[in-house]
Design a protein around this ligand. Structure first.
Ligand code: IPD
Ligand code: CA
Ligand code: CA
Length: 265
């Protein structure tokens, strides 16, 4: 197989994300409660998630012949030998259904299990965040960097609340209180891909959450790294895409943040 030209492919992936995003934006005005399906407790899906994913699979398939897919809505089961697209066609479905304007399309690319490209398109603000192997990170063609803040007391932190896996809730709440006391505050946007994109561009100093899925984090975590940030699992290791715990942080507060987290996890 020829080595794919990731900088050129990234342009096409951004276009595919924007196209799916335009569809999502248009459908938000039409969606009705009867069209919401419950996959499992608090895990919702609509025809918009499924159609967005189908649009993305169709657009990405020709970009890297032989590449497979890891997708939330399982519209395809093709597995690639070296390359696999990791897609969340609508990250922030609960926000979408409730009319809260924060949701995104998230597209990562793994080569032999490691991320080499990421695109997060936040639909409402028309913000496309992206990076590829060896590149800087960008937001709508402007280079972005993680925040330079060096102390947690100057930091705004994002997180997500567990809604089905309550096993680590006690430790989670202890860390939450600890961070309430030691930072500028915490936010829960409801879209992990957007949380990560906001760390990459310096709006948040850090984001942490557990029980996330690969399609929630693959693209955004890679963009944070390319923007100069650090990403790890709750143990400080590298298993943050499939390992169901993730910390993304600017470089300057990373140690201080991990010290707080280690007190509880
Ligand atoms: C969810 C969002 C949310 C996070 C959940 C995810 P979905 O994704 O990223 O912020 O807290 O864990 O499942 O279901 O809206 O694609
Ligand atoms: Ca998601
Ligand atoms: Ca989703």
């Amino acid at each position: 197989m020829n080595t794919p030209n990731l900088d050129e492919i990234c342009i096409d992936v951004c276009a595919a994300a924007r196209h799916a995003g335009a569809f999502i934006r248009a459908e938000q005005k039409k969606i009705r409660a009867a069209q919401v399906e419950v996959k499992s407790r608090n895990s919702l899906v609509t025809y918009v998630d499924k159609q967005s994913e189908q649009m993305l699979v169709n657009a990405l398939t020709p970009l890297i012949p032989g590449a497979g897919f890891i997708t939330e809505e399982e519209t395809t089961s093709i597995t690639g030998e070296h390359y696999n697209w990791v897609i969340d066609p609508l990250d922030g479905t609960t926000n979408f259904i409730h009319g809260i304007p924060c949701f995104a399309v998230s597209i990562g690319l793994l080569r032999d299990g490691l991320p080499v490209l990421g695109v997060v398109y936040e639909v409402n603000l028309d913000e496309c965040f992206y990076a590829w192997e060896g590149s800087k990170a960008f937001l709508n063609q402007t280079e972005i960097h993680v925040s330079a803040a060096a102390r947690l007391e100057d930091s705004l932190i994002a997180t997500g609340f567990p809604y089905y896996d309550h096993a680590r809730e006690k430790e989670y709440m202890q860390l939450f209180v600890e961070l309430m006391h030691s930072t500028r505050g915490l936010r829960r946007l409801g879209s992990a891909a957007t949380d990560l994109a906001y760390v990459a561009c310096g709006r948040f100093e850090a984001f942490y959450e557990y029980s996330l899925q690969p399609w929630d984090v693959c693209a955004g975590a890679f963009i944070v790294q390319q923007a100069g940030g650090k990403v790890c699992d709750f143990k400080g290791g590298i298993d943050f895409i499939f390992g169901k715990s993730l910390v993304a942080c600017n470089a300057a507060t990373y140690e201080e943040f991990m010290n707080k987290l280690r007190l509880h996890f």
